[in-house]
Design a protein around this ligand. Structure first.
Ligand SMILES: C[S@@+](CC[C@H](N)C(=O)[O-])C[C@H]1O[C@@H](n2cnc3c(N)ncnc32)[C@H](O)[C@@H]1O
Length: 276
């Protein structure tokens, strides 16, 4: 397992990320000027359909101001900042990548949300968090980096309150082998895709009841086509985070979706009470 986690960390190593972000963000205004989560949307929402996907998932999960939300695999923190700004809730983000967590903290200072949104370095498979401490857990475009799904979903169930919500938005296998490199893995060594049906079979036994289960592939394809047509691409964008090959990684995801090799799944599940 350690080797796999090291491989995933290596993929998201992002050397000098916070410094690169400082430079890229100077295009939006001086350092002391407060930024909004919307201004950062092209750069800090590391999943298909960007900010719109986060907004839809949050609505489906029924997030409200009094809820404590955990974002697992929080990346550079865009979804966490958006949720806090939109709903007034407190959000904790955890991520395996130290440079991403540093960058997430920096961006959160720039949006003035550090009192409401916090980040820590941790593995989704060993969350340093108490049992039953969150009302909602979000997992967006992370599961495909995790081989031990049973353990992942058990950890999520453990930190949720009874009847808490688990909201997931992830890439799934449809038919055939995907083309690599991809935004989450440059080779198959750190990619652990499951079909939508196998994902459900892994989640429910961990103690969940399905509330919503949606195939979002068509919406993702339309978004990819729109992105390809926007010349020049929005700036600053995820290329700042992932490096110069990001355009190729993203184009490959689009190709896999168009060819029916990959799909996109949205689901919200309720944590069943744990029998003691
Ligand atoms: C494609 S990014 C998505 C980031 C964020 N959820 C978003 O949508 O903006 C995948 C993220 O998952 C994190 N990740 C992958 N495996 C992880 C694990 N085992 N534990 C915690 N984070 C993990 C990566 O470091 C990366 O930040």
């Amino acid at each position: 397992m350690t080797e796999v986690l090291d491989g995933v960390r290596e993929h998201y190593r992002a050397t000098g990320l916070t410094e690169r972000l400082k430079t890229a963000l100077s295009a939006l205004g001086p350092q002391d000027q407060r930024l909004t989560p919307q201004q950062l949307g092209a750069l800090d929402q590391f999943h298909t359909r960007g900010l719109a996907a986060t907004a839809e998932l949050a609505e489906l999960a029924g997030i409200t101001a009094d809820m404590s939300v955990l974002d697992i695999g929080s990346g550079v923190g865009g979804p966490a900042r958006f949720l806090a700004a939109t709903y007034g809730c407190h959000v904790t983000g955890v991520d395996l990548s130290e440079p991403f967590v540093d960058a997430a903290r920096y961006l959160t200072e720039r949006t003035g949300q550090s009192g409401q949104v916090s980040f820590q370095v941790a593995s989704a498979l060993e969350l340093p968090l108490d049992d039953g401490s969150f009302s909602v857990v979000l997992l967006q475009h992370v599961a495909m980096n995790i081989s031990d799904r049973a353990r992942l979903y058990r950890e999520i169930r453990r930190v949720l309150k009874p009847r808490g919500r688990f909201a997931t938005f992830d890439v799934v296998l449809s038919s055939g082998e995907p083309h690599y490199p991809l935004p989450w893995a440059r080779t198959p060594a750190t990619s652990f895709l499951l079909t939508a049906a196998a994902t459900r079979e892994a989640i429910e036994p961990a103690g969940f009841r399905t509330l919503a289960w949606k195939d979002d592939t068509e919406a993702a394809k339309a978004w990819m086509a729109q992105l390809r047509a926007s010349v020049p691409p929005p700036s600053p964008n995820l290329g700042v985070v992932m490096g110069p090959d990001f355009a190729q990684l993203s184009a490959n995801l689009g190709r896999n979706l168009m060819e029916g090799r990959l799909g996109i799944l949205t689901a919200v599940l309720e944590a069943a009470p744990i029998n003691t």
